[in-house]
Design a protein around this ligand. Structure first.
Ligand code: ARG
Ligand code: ZN
Length: 886
């Protein structure tokens, strides 16, 4: 009974539609679970108190319980054993046609956690038991109406061998525990809050806790426990600090107080996603909770802080108020991502946080919106819900809620959130319910706004301006269109909030006057029509418009800026985000003209405007090193590719490399001075200023080694050897391992693996550095590394570190014209289809994005997709491959 094998369903899995939603026929008042844990033969005995749902729209429906890969041992209805004549069993369900209106059902099943490589339901990680039930994993534990609109009170009894599994955890409060015969023991947990099955969790193993406590705003003491394997006990402090900060932040900013007396987090090594917000018992991918300066980078610290906060915030936005059905997934995810972004902005540099979010959104999410799996923030149908835990649901979903907060203003938005939590506490609701609260408190008509939830694709806003010197007017015209996406050929105009200002020659915002209306110096313009114009009066000279400040809407905005205007905005825009974006636009222009030169076979020549803009940045006094570091980064090749209808992978790579080396050579002395100014041998500090200095210094180091000068490589070697923290060590290692001459990094890579071979998380970085090496030797290296003892196809972090890193962070070699990258990926996807369908279906995505490639590559990519299609596919892969080849 291999769960992964039976995950492979019928050849044509069927889609489920939002429009077919029906309230459940039965409700579960109480559920008692009893686990007799065993690696290959775990018994799960459940006792469900069921009754017909008074709100059900149809009478006398049969009872349908979901269940997958379950071996039935015993079934009893009100104490009477059921025989096979009493029920129907399908691959997916247990159906009882004749049941009373109110009854008790007892179900005993057997499952096999050890061979559960899909990592859904109950499985083992490093020998410990853990669960992952969102979205539909609970049905792999027992038969149950596994849908988020059925909320029930759970008690859980766990029985296991005491020496191997000394720690037994589940949701809520511990109500009993004790020893049993045969070296076994038990624990019993009770969760007082009704919850859907996707929030159930169980953990059993040899774990150790770091404990702390938090006093809530009403003075209640909450016990905080972070459970880890013994060797990770020194990596817990940062997560606990982040958790306490998040608890306090949610009280202060959303009026949300924690509701149980205990909050537990468990770190596991084998996990499909980042973390899971199970009530009172979060389960985390160890990469998102463990952090210690010697072994984790500042970026990892930042990730831990935001994921810990994210899962904590779900206690209200997700658990107390949950989703009616999985089409509403962004109701909890989009809102919770916005909340974690707001938290991170308050804890760190707000401008840098925003820059990093937007960079990710407009490369990765925009690419999703332009590809074959594009879907709205609220999808209308799905085959496998696990395929919809996407950047669109999470990140674009967060942008949509952010726009609501911009449109309502901070205070009114808070009132709307308060109303939402108060009105729907303990319920499973929809996106409409959320937006209705926002409309109610603001009096705004948000009907057009709802299109953000139903229309897929990234809207394009084309802006243009005309200055009339005799009238002293400036007319700004905004046009919007959203390109067609699969299944949505025609799009309606959206309500797009565009925060803007007009910057005058002196570099200050000019108060705006539009047709007798006074707008002050900054304004959120509401673009509602396909085309709208605004005429500004009393302007002595042509202003420079600063549009989409703070990235006020998830759109592609174009404006025909001159190089001079961009250089001007880079230094003068009062909006930090737009100063950065002006620099990105200037760099984009320069690299795009290099791409054109490359394609025309001309000698490459870098736009001197970019060099002088960089020189100016480097020579100015450093007021904010964190922002300066961001400003010194060129747009990524992925972002460059997003600018083209037809992507020329090689030309983009050549052009970027040329820009990089030219700037590095021209400004070597400045980069070196900045490096030295911010390099310190002082003790590691978590302070924002120290983080910023490390970031700036390491950005400079990357520029220096781009010249391949021996003295630059020596500097990297020195930093590698002397580093007292992973941020500096890994940055230096990357510089060395990515040098053109592969032998340069050899020694450092060996030293690194020797130092860190016992630390699984650090080994992930060691794999990634080699997989992302931007030279054609990378693929052979990746293939060799698969045999390394630290690598395993069964561990998602390792697959991401080695295989995803090659596919996603080494574009030019993944897209090699000999198809070697495509063939390699297809082989891995086929292998993972058997082991872990969720990971397989994520991994294949880059192969489905062939539309914008040249004809040769398009064909090579399709050949590999067709090859995958010949396999007996899981529903996850079936859906993605089907959409790609449509
Ligand atoms: N709700 C979790 C989070 O937002 C994600 C869990 C998704 N898991 C999955 N298998 N699709 O952090
Ligand atoms: Zn979430």
């Amino acid at each position: 009974m291999n769960p992964a094998q039976t995950a492979i369903t019928t050849p044509q899995p069927q889609p489920i539609f939002l429009k077919n939603y029906l309230p459940p026929a039965f409700l579960v008042q109480q559920v008692h679970l009893n686990f007799l844990l065993d690696s290959t033969q775990t018994r799960v005995i459940s006792r469900l108190e069921l009754e017909r749902n008074p709100a059900s729209t149809q009478a006398n429906l049969p009872l349908e319980l979901d269940g997958q890969n379950l071996k039935i041992i015993n079934l009893q209805l009100n104490g009477q054993c059921l025989t096979e004549a009493d029920y129907q069993l399908t691959e997916q369900q247990l159906i009882l046609p004749q049941v009373p209106d109110s009854f008790v059902l007892e179900i005993e099943v057997e499952i096999d956690p050890l061979n559960n490589t899909a990592l859904e339901g109950l499985y083992q990680s490093s020998g410990n038991f853990c669960t992952q039930c969102e979205a539909e994993g609970f049905r792999r534990i027992t038969f149950y109406p596994d849908r988020p609109d059925i909320l029930s009170k759970f008690t859980t009894r766990i029985e296991a061998d005491k020496s191997r599994f000394p720690v037994l955890l589940s949701n809520g409060n511990l109500i009993a525990q004790g020893d049993l015969d045969n070296g076994k023991h038990f624990a019993e947990w009770q969760d007082p809050f009704p919850k859907p099955a996707y929030l159930f969790a169980l953990v059993a193993g040899n774990l150790h806790a770091v404990k702390d406590s938090f006093t809530t705003c009403s003075g209640r003491q909450v016990a905080l426990e972070l459970w880890v394997e013994e060797q990770n006990l020194h990596k817990c402090e940062h997560a606990l600090r982040s958790l306490k900060a998040a608890m306090q932040w949610d009280e202060e900013n959303y009026g949300r107080e924690y509701d149980l007396d205990i909050y537990m987090i468990v770190a596991v090594d084998d996990f499909n996603m980042g973390a899971m917000e199970n009530k009172g018992l979060n389960v985390f991918n160890s990469a998102c909770v463990l952090a210690e300066p010697k072994s984790e980078t500042d970026a990892a610290f930042n990730r831990v802080e935001s994921v810990v906060a994210h899962e904590y915030f779900h206690n209200w936005s997700g658990n107390r108020v949950t989703c009616r059905d999985w089409f509403q997934l962004s109701l909890k995810e989009g809102f919770t991502v916005l909340r974690d972004q707001q938290f991170s902005a308050d804890m760190n540099s707000a401008a840098v946080e925003r820059i990093q979010q937007v960079s990710m959104l407009r490369t990765a999410q925009f690419a999703e919106d332009a590809g074959p799996t594009a879907h709205p923030v609220r999808p209308e149908s799905y085959i496998e819900i696990n395929n919809f835990y996407t950047l669109t649901i999470y990140e674009k979903g967060a942008e949509v809620v952010r726009m609501l907060s911009e449109l309502l203003g901070k205070e009114t938005f808070r009132k709307g959130a308060d109303l939402y939590f108060a009105r729907f506490d303990g319920q499973a609701v929809t996106v409409d319910d959320f937006v209705a609260c926002m409309a109610e408190v603001s009096g705004l008509d948000l009907s057009q706004f709802m299109l953000w939830y139903s229309q897929a694709g990234t809207p394009e806003v084309a802006a243009s301006g005309v200055y009339n010197p005799t009238e002293k007017t400036y007319t700004l015209t905004l046009k919007q269109r959203t390109p067609a996406t699969p299944g949505q050929p025609v799009k309606q105009p959206l309500l797009i909030p565009i925060k803007m200002g007009l910057v005058g020659a002196a570099g200050v915002n000019i108060p705006m006057e539009v047709n007798g209306e006074f707008w002050s110096t900054e304004r959120v313009v509401q673009l509602k029509e396909a085309e709208q114009s605004f005429t500004f009066h009393h302007l002595e000279a042509e202003p420079v418009p600063s549009l989409l400040r703070g990235f006020s809407a998830p759109v592609k905005l174009s404006f025909d800026y001159s190089r001079e205007q961009l250089a001007f905005l880079m230094t003068n825009d009062s909006d930090g985000f737009n100063r950065w974006d002006a620099g990105q636009r200037l760099a984009l222009l320069a690299i795009q003209s290099l791409v054109a030169q490359q394609q025309a076979g001309e000698t490459l020549e870098l736009d001197p405007a970019l060099t002088s803009a960089y020189e100016k940045l480097l020579k100015a006094p450093v007021s904010d090193p964190a922002i300066l570091a961001e400003m010194l980064l060129l747009p990524s090749e992925a972002y460059l590719a997003e600018q083209y209808e037809q992507v020329d992978i090689d030309a983009i790579h050549q052009a970027s490399e040329f820009a990089r080396t030219s700037l590095a050579k021209a400004l070597y002395a400045e980069f070196l001075r900045l490096y030295q100014d911010h390099h310190s041998s002082a003790d590691w500090s978590p302070e924002a200023s120290a983080v910023a200095a490390r970031r700036l210094k390491n950005v400079c180091l990357t520029w220096l080694v781009a010249t391949e000068k021996p003295e630059a490589l020596q500097l990297a070697e020195q930093q590698f050897k002397q580093a007292n923290n992973m941020t500096d060590q890994l940055a230096a290692l990357t510089c060395l391992a990515h040098a053109k001459d592969a032998s340069v990094g050899k020694e450092a890579l060996e030293a690194f693996v020797k130092q860190w071979s016992q630390d699984a998380l650090v080994m992930d970085s060691w794999f990634s550095v080699q997989a992302s090496r931007p030279y054609p030797d990378a693929l052979d290296k990746v293939k060799t590394l698969q045999a390394h003892s630290a690598f395993s196809m069964k561990n998602p972090n390792k697959v991401r570190a080695l295989i995803s890193a090659f596919v996603n962070q080494n574009r030019v070699n993944f897209h090699a014209k000999d198809a070697s990258g495509y063939q390699f990926l297809a082989d891995k996807v086929i292998e993972l289809n058997q082991l872990n369908p969720q990971i397989a279906s994520r991994l294949v995505i880059p192969l489905t994005r062939f539309k914008r490639m040249d004809k040769v590559r398009q064909n090579l990519m399709k050949i590999e997709l067709e090859r995958i299609k010949q396999e007996k596919l899981s529903a996850d892969l079936f859906e993605v491959i089907e959409k790609a080849l449509q």
